[in-house]
Design a protein around this ligand. Structure first.
Ligand SMILES: Nc1nc2c(c(=O)[nH]1)N[C@H]1C(S)=C(S)[C@@H](COP(=O)(O)OP(=O)(O)OC[C@H]3O[C@@H](n4cnc5c(=O)[nH]c(N)nc54)[C@H](O)[C@@H]3O)O[C@H]1N2
Ligand SMILES: Nc1nc2c(c(=O)[nH]1)N[C@H]1C(S)=C(S)[C@@H](COP(=O)(O)OP(=O)(O)OC[C@H]3O[C@@H](n4cnc5c(=O)[nH]c(N)nc54)[C@H](O)[C@@H]3O)O[C@H]1N2
Ligand SMILES: [Mo]
Length: 712
């Protein structure tokens, strides 16, 4: 409900009161595991600052308003914006918690179609976009994401992910710590490549510090070695690969010697790592946020796949596999002809490519600020906080007041939603039924579980899907949005029948389903009868059944990705920093969830969460001591934070977590304001993107660090 690990919980209630939340020991997948974040389920639900009735802003003051009046005003104003300035002048930003609500997910695509705008943004372009793009270009479907088979692998190479804290991402793996310990107990190896000696690195066999943003060089050099030493293992996949020679030729240009200085990893170590990986009985390379949100994120995500493929590890046990989920989104979308698209149109101001109909969030502020046809004048945010989560959030914060009208569908009046004219509040967590449609599709085992609502939503809120549909249909009635009868018909049908019926159909017609008439297999009623969830077995090879490329082959060197290799090569000799600069990266904490759990006292109390980590040598060179207040500056801005000196950090690299910075005006989060911290995205740069995809380069931002007393 708020985490990718889908851990089962047992909730004890008395009436509407939640007495306790514990790990469900009968859940076959999560086996009773939970983490501190689980208490967010209760704390957010009962939070006095939570919005429980629509709110309307006049100037700086807020007043409750009825749903009817709110929806009427919102659709009036947005229809007017679109009538005057064209459909693209209305924008939407869809945030991360959307993926935790199956009802929102089943509605959001129709909602987007109904708005009929090209000005769509989401958290994807500050997150996994490069992985989706690599899948689209290589495998023919943006959702066909390879998942590490960690329960059976003998070599797990983790590059730019920290599953011990994040609980695993695009790798649904509840209790991942126990799974990684089991890997080592059976003689397997866990290797971590990260500019910080992370919590995951601490339980690994080996950790390599890497210079931020240089993963594509490392991966290329590993491939260089594998090709040069003839360590490829093409197995049964061989005949189904395209462009192997082209990849070999590209890898030839990146010898371990050539990339050693740039990556900070010695040539011999790179060679040894390549040999160990290729020589392991099975192995899988896995990258996540640190790999994606960097200057060469698309190349790095592509090379991770290439490495798994040429070592014979794609689509086989212990390698990178494809989940066979009970709700098979890849198959459903393929049937509808929706495999994804890329670069079909470009952003108006900077010309960055759309992906799956969305533009990079790094362009949102400039699209609001820059006059001309298509300038954004209306905005709907849904479960998102882009002021804290997208690069140069301060610029976006300055741009939002320039909008003609803004609506936020959210639980809180926070750094973003406080700029809205209307906030429309939704139900949350235990107040609604739940099925992890996305995370069971990215899971290290095939599994499924459906949960009924446990408590009743406050009377003044509505379910997220109801709000989305009512906005879309209202807009349509007033002449806004796209004139598409099929979409309107579908929205009406969904409003009448509800997403639960749709989920049932998707389960019945999924790979484990029972169909319409009966027989064995899953249906919603069947899942309801098994509240602890069902184990649907280990991952099985299935690439040939789901691959979406025209010729059914895996494209190893997709032109739209390899055309970015010259940029990578061109940057090899260039230093990322000038004298005195450090490279900034992020980090996550077990007691925090992006930007929206800092209002839970039990999660934020204790040691300060938002500190700048710095290596002792770098601190000494600047005369800093533990706990000093420091001023961190980048091209776009500066923040004041406390310093934590730590040899966890690579030299020349500093780390600041994201999601903080709650001291802004107008924010109604009492606890979070008292533990405000500063926003790392006041330092990240909206112009620093992975040029291939437009994904924000949140990692590897050059900064200087001075004493707080230094002039601002
Ligand atoms: N407790 C908690 N759990 C969460 C979240 C949360 O906020 N809190 N957020 C959830 C979300 S939305 C997501 S997407 C996932 C993310 O899941 P992960 O990707 O596993 O989480 P991160 O902690 O961001 O891990 C990224 C790692 O990349 C490293 N890194 C940074 N730059 C580079 C680089 O250039 N190269 C390499 N090799 N490494 C680099 C960082 O030091 C960090 O250790 O976590 C989810 N789980
Ligand atoms: N520098 C830096 N920036 C990052 C990252 C990083 O590692 N470093 N990580 C990036 C990643 S991976 C992600 S996913 C993004 C997240 O970016 P966003 O999705 O923009 O931000 P969140 O902090 O997840 O904010 C979620 C919002 O949804 C609301 N909300 C929670 N539950 C519900 C619900 O059920 N319904 C509704 N309607 N609203 C709800 C919360 O109140 C909050 O306002 O941040 C990105 N930004
Ligand atoms: Mo994310």
């Amino acid at each position: 409900m708020l985490c990718e690990a889908v851990c089962g919980v047992t909730v004890e209630t008395e009436g509407e009161e939640i007495l306790s939340i514990r790990g469900d020991t009968d859940d076959p997948f999560s086996r009773g595991h939970i983490c501190p974040k689980v208490m967010g389920l209760k704390d957010v639900q009962i939070d006095p600052d939570r919005i429980r009735q629509p709110q309307r802003r006049t100037g700086d003051s807020w007043a409750p308003v009825s749903w009817e009046a709110a929806l009427d005003e919102a659709t009036d104003r947005f229809a007017e914006v679109q009538a005057r300035h064209g459909r693209n002048s209305l924008a939407s930003y869809i945030g991360n918690p959307t993926v935790h609500s199956y009802t929102a997910l089943l509605t959001i695509a129709l909602f987007a179609k109904a708005l009929g705008t090209h000005s769509r943004f989401s958290a994807t372009s500050v997150d996994q976009l490069p992985q989706m793009l690599a899948s689209l270009e290589m495998l023919g479907h943006q959702l066909l994401l390879p998942i590490p088979d960690i329960d059976r692998t003998s070599f797990f190479l983790v590059v730019g992910a920290n599953p011990i804290v994040s609980n695993g991402s695009i790798m649904t793996a509840p209790d991942v710590g126990t799974r990684l310990k089991a890997l080592r107990a059976r003689g397997g190896k866990l290797i971590v490549v990260d500019p910080r000696f992370t919590e995951t690195a601490k339980i690994a066999d080996r950790h390599f510090f890497i210079r931020p943003g240089s993963d594509a060089y490392l991966l290329f050099a590993m491939l260089h070695t594998i090709f040069a030493e003839k360590l490829t293992r093409l197995t049964t996949l061989g005949p189904h690969l395209r462009d192997l020679d082209e990849v070999r030729a590209l890898a030839q240009r990146f010898s371990p010697e050539r990339v050693a200085a740039r990556t900070g990893i010695e040539a011999d170590a790179i060679r040894a790592l390549a040999r160990d990986f290729a020589g392991a009985p099975s192995g899988v390379c896995y990258g996540r946020v640190g790999l994606c949100t960097q200057e060469f994120g698309t190349l790095a995500a592509w090379l991770v796949n290439v490495l798994n493929i040429v070592t014979g590890n794609l689509d086989r046990a212990g390698g990178a596999m494809f989940t066979t989920p009970a709700v098979d989104l890849v198959k459903f979308a393929s049937k509808l002809g929706e495999r994804g698209h890329f670069g079909v149109w470009k952003s108006r101001v900077r010309g960055l490519p759309e992906f799956g109909g969305e533009l990079p969030s790094a362009t949102l502020a400039e699209e609001i600020e820059t006059p001309g046809a298509g300038q954004i004048r209306g905005l709907i945010t849904f479960a998102g906080n882009p002021v804290l989560s997208t690069p140069n959030g301060s610029r976006l914060e300055r741009a939002l007041p320039k909008l003609d009208f803004m609506v936020s569908i959210d639980l809180y009046r926070n750094e973003t939603t406080r700029h809205a004219n209307l906030i429309l509040p939704t139900s949350f967590g235990l107040e609604r039924d739940h099925y992890d449609i996305i995370f069971y599709a990215l899971s290290v085992k095939n599994a499924a579980r459906y949960a009924k609502p446990i408590t009743t939503p406050p009377p003044g809120v509505r379910h997220d899907w109801e709000v989305l549909i009512d906005l879309a249909l209202g807009l349509h009635r007033k002449g806004g949005g796209r004139r598409d009868r099929k979409v309107v018909w579908s929205l009406r049908a969904l409003r009448r029948l509800g997403p639960k019926r749709m989920l049932d159909l998707m389960l019945r017609f999924g790979p484990h389903g029972k169909g319409l008439l009966g027989g064995h297999g899953l249906s919603l009623a069947g899942l309801e009868a098994q509240p602890h969830g069902v184990d649907l077995g280990p991952l099985v090879p299935r690439l040939s059944e789901v691959i979406g490329t025209a010729d059914g082959k895996v494209a190893l060197a997709p032109p739209r990705i390899v055309s970015d290799v010259p940029r990578l090569e061109g940057a090899l000799e260039r230093s990322a920093t000038i004298d005195g600069e450090l490279l900034l990266i992020g980090r996550r904490s077990l007691r925090s969830n992006n930007s929206w759990m800092h209002n839970s006292l039990r999660l934020v109390k204790g040691p300060e969460g938002c500190t700048l980590l710095m290596h002792p040598t770098d601190a000494a060179a600047r005369g800093f001591a533990q706990g000093d207040r420091v001023r961190v500056r980048s091209r776009v801005g500066e923040v004041l934070v406390s310093l934590a000196v730590s040899d966890e950090m690579a030299r020349g690299v500093v780390s600041l977590p994201h999601g903080w910075g709650h001291a802004r005006n107008g924010v109604s989060l009492e606890v979070a304001r008292a533990h405000a911290g500063a926003s790392v995205n006041d330092l990240t740069d909206e112009l620093f993107v992975d040029a291939a995809s437009g994904t924000a380069s949140l990692s590897g931002v050059p900064v200087t660090v001075a004493p707080a007393s230094a002039p601002a």
